[in-house]
Write a protein that binds this ligand. Structure first.
Ligand SMILES: NC(=O)c1ccc[n+]([C@@H]2O[C@H](COP(=O)([O-])OP(=O)(O)OC[C@H]3O[C@@H](n4cnc5c(N)ncnc54)[C@H](OP(=O)(O)O)[C@@H]3O)[C@@H](O)[C@H]2O)c1
Length: 230
């Protein structure tokens, strides 16, 4: 059975993807910072190793890599864990630079660090990297400059990685709006009940994994609507 490492599996989109891959019989290694929530989110799932920790912490990333080494192979890495940064979202002119560093550590450096640590087993398996992106990477939404610029960096990192590693598939996956804790943080006090649940986006990701189009940036909305032709 294929093996995946999914970060940020205790809530939102990561949790939905983890449950979908479990239904397909995947073996998984997953994380999130909150140990209790991670345990309850993954309770009852077979062939799953849950390791609580922060992706921005090098020791935690080493523990994830050790777990992968124990499994002997890696077919899929989903860099899903991410931080929005400061909420309410500040204008760039006011963005606290220390907070911005944390956003880049979590959303850019940590995904690349995991890719570097896991490059060998991923390449040996002819595997897939999914870096979860955002429309904020490409749209100039006021207030979204910190998070959006980090996701833009993640996109370009994915883009170059795809050119450098022809044996891998490297995807930046833009899920679109989802009704999650992170989305609520972006719109504090607002009713976000019109946003789709994260599990409704999972079929688009599964389609990407199943069809394995060339490396690149893919939007869930496009994957859901049309044949993958890139
Ligand atoms: N929701 C949207 O509308 C939307 C739109 C575009 C893109 N996205 C992207 O979709 C992905 C999933 O977001 P979501 O909305 O599902 O978020 P979410 O519901 O807030 O879930 C985030 C998950 O990541 C974990 N996490 C956060 N920081 C972490 C860290 N430093 N180390 C390890 N785990 C961490 C969280 O658990 P802990 O807090 O316990 O660590 C949780 O399991 C993110 O990459 C996000 O940028 C979301």
């Amino acid at each position: 059975m294929p093996i995946a490492l999914i970060t940020g599996a205790s809530k939102g989109f990561g949790r939905a993807v983890t449950h979908a891959l479990a239904e397909r019989g995947w073996t998984m290694i997953v994380d999130a910072r909150g140990a209790g929530e991670l345990r309850s989110a993954t309770q009852g799932l077979a062939d799953l190793t849950a390791i609580a920790g922060d992706v921005a912490n090098p020791d935690h990333r080493s523990r994830l890599a050790q777990a992968v080494a124990g499994g002997g192979r890696l077919d899929l890495l989903i860099n899903n864990a991410s931080t929005l940064g400061v909420s309410p979202l500040p204008q760039l002119a006011d963005y606290p630079l220390g907070e911005l560093r944390t956003v880049f550590e979590t959303n850019v450096i940590a995904p690349l660090a995991l890719i570097q640590l896991l490059a060998e087993p991923l390449t040996d398996a002819g595997g897939t990297i999914v870096n979860v992106s955002s429309d904020a990477a490409v749209e100039a939404y006021p207030g979204w400059g910190g998070y959006g610029s980090a996701k833009a960096a993640l996109d370009q990192l994915t883009n170059v990685l795809g050119a450098e590693e022809p044996r891998l598939r490297c995807y930046a996956f833009d899920p679109g709006d989802m009704r999650t804790e992170m989305h609520q943080l972006a719109f504090p006090g607002e009713d976000i009940s019109d946003r789709p649940e994260p599990q409704t986006v999972v079929p688009a990701l599964l389609r990407l994994l199943d069809t394995r189009p060339p490396s690149g940036r893919y939007r869930a909305a496009d994957l859901a609507l049309s044949e993958v032709t890139r």
